[in-house]
Design a protein around this ligand. Structure first.
Ligand code: EPZ
Length: 455
């Protein structure tokens, strides 16, 4: 985007100085990731199962009393938290490597504990499956997080349309099927926005409802398709997942399924950007190239070479000169909001001005201040960031504020001159399976230490 247009978007801003009180609080004795920048990368990166699929799949297992086996499960803090929540409901879970076995035959309560749900909002998606299975469910409101308020009114209104009485008392969503037989009733539901979580909650609830449910303006993300595929493997009647209209014909019960989750497209995109920003060559698999269309297209526009070597393998070849591009996040198949922070890190060293517009979440640009501390030149106004490329980032201590921001800071540290110290690693551990090991195996110089910080 040329500078003239840029100045029309962003009035000249004082530099983004943060008041001390706004600075993220550094915990004493917290782990930090030290990254020595500019190490060239080369080799192959194994991609793990998709976090945003696994969490929904685990919620979906509640729909059947016959249990479920899920394969390709990544090692993530969020998976452990979801397991904890399911176990408080009475599910027995065993894990061998990347395989989860879930015994759902004996649910002991219909109420999930606040202290666990508040830590991992995706657990809220279990409301739909629990309500469909038991006829009643109690789920704490998940609350907001760093990137936004994360309301759930679309989930609630959809369940009401399916014949549930839903009340919210003291922060707890209390739902029960109004019909005498305790079953939900099929309905036609229109989502005001194509919410991934609402689509998944309502699709799961509808699998056991009486009659047909149509979800219009449904989310089309690959993780929605994966959940539908699990439910279908369990005996559900679902058509149209992956389009904006999903049709579910309720059945009386679902059965055991042995199911393999899709690979993590966001993890893959993160490593694609890592290759680009370090001007390296990395291959990665397994991937589903069709899930990465937006990322591949943007990288190619920037000047990065992307080769599809096999149906489940891609190679990214970094280049010498990159040109800035504009990015606007949108629901799938638009550019994914979960890739925005990582691409912004890359834009910091692209020639020209790139305009990044975050349309999905209201507060998902907190990484801007941290990237600027590494020498980036980003101007921010509301949900628009103008990134003016600089020749080189410089290492600095930075604080992660949310999951994908933490990935962006790691990526920036790989390319920066000198050492970068990334704090707030609990965000990173939520969504990336052994990212440090995977990066070290392709040549990155980084290690995790515990630092005693003088508070
Ligand atoms: C899922 O969150 C993902 N999480 C998010 O990934 C992802 O960013 C998001 O979808 C969008 O793709 C999981 O799948 C576990 P939404 P979800 O409901 O379902 C608004 C990551 O980094 N909305 O599609 O919570 C909402 O406020 C995480 O891996 C309502 O207004 O996202 C947001 O602005 C972050 N009312 C927009 O919709 C509702 O009832 C999209 O949210 C529900 C949502």
């Amino acid at each position: 985007m040329d500078l003239g247009t840029v100045s029309q978007i962003i009035e000249p801003l004082a530099s983004t100085t943060l008041e001390l009180s706004q600075m993220p609080q550094i915990e004493p004795n917290a782990p930090v990731l030290r990254i020595i920048g500019k190490a060239p990368l080369s080799g192959h990166v194994p991609i793990s199962g998709a976090k945003n699929s696994i969490l929904a799949l685990m919620a979906g297992t509640l729909l059947s009393s016959e249990g479920c086996r899920i394969r390709n499960v990544p090692n993530l803090a969020d998976v452990e938290r979801m397991s904890d929540i399911l176990e408080t409901l009475g599910v027995k879970i065993s894990r061998t490597d990347e395989v989860l076995d879930l015994d759902t035959s004996n649910l002991t309560t219909n109420s999930a504990p606040y202290e666990l749900v508040s830590k991992m909002r995706a657990s809220f998606f279990a409301l739909g499956s629990l309500l469909a299975r038991l006829g009643s469910a109690k789920m704490p409101l998940p609350g907001g997080c760093a990137i936004g308020a994360r309301p759930v009114e679309l989930h609630v209104r959809g369940l009401q349309a399916l014949g549930a009485d839903v009340q919210i008392e003291h922060g707890i969503v209390i739902a029960h099927a109004k019909s005498r037989n305790g079953r939900l009733q099929g309905a036609k539901i229109y989502l005001d926005c194509p919410s991934v979580g609402a689509t998944e909650t309502l699709m799961m609830a509808a699998t056991l409802a009486e009659g047909q449910t149509i979800i219009e303006n449904a989310a089309q993300e690959p993780e929605v398709i994966d959940l539908a595929d699990l439910c279908i493997a369990m005996g559900a009647q679902i058509h149209g997942a992956g389009t904006n209209t999903i049709i579910i014909d309720g059945v009386d019960r679902l059965h055991f399924a042995d199911f393999t989750a899709i690979p993590d497209r966001i993890e893959a995109a993160t490593f694609m950007v890592a290759a680009a920003i370090t001007r390296s060559t990395l291959s990665m698999s397994p991937v589903v190239p069709a899930h990465l269309t937006a990322a591949i297209s943007k990288l190619q526009d920037i000047g990065v070479t992307v080769q599809i070597d096999a149906p489940d393998k891609i190679t990214v070849i970094g280049g010498d000169r990159y040109r800035a591009v504009d990015i606007e996040t949108l629901p799938y198949p638009g550019f994914p909001t979960d890739m925005q922070a990582q691409f912004m890190a890359l834009l910091t060293i692209c020639e020209g001005n790139g305009v990044v517009t975050e349309t999905v979440f209201e507060n998902r640009l907190q990484h801007v201040a941290e990237l600027n501390r590494m020498g980036a030149n980003i101007r921010l106004k509301n949900n628009v960031a103008v990134v003016t490329g600089v020749p080189q980032l410089s290492g600095a201590p930075v604080m992660a504020t949310d999951l994908r921001a933490s990935a962006a800071l790691v990526i920036a540290g790989l390319a920066a001159d000198g050492e970068t110290k990334v704090m707030g690693l609990h965000h990173l551990d939520r969504g990336y399976d052994r990212i440090e090991e995977k990066l070290r195996n392709v040549g990155a110089k980084l290690y995790r230490t515990i630092e005693t910080v003088n508070a």
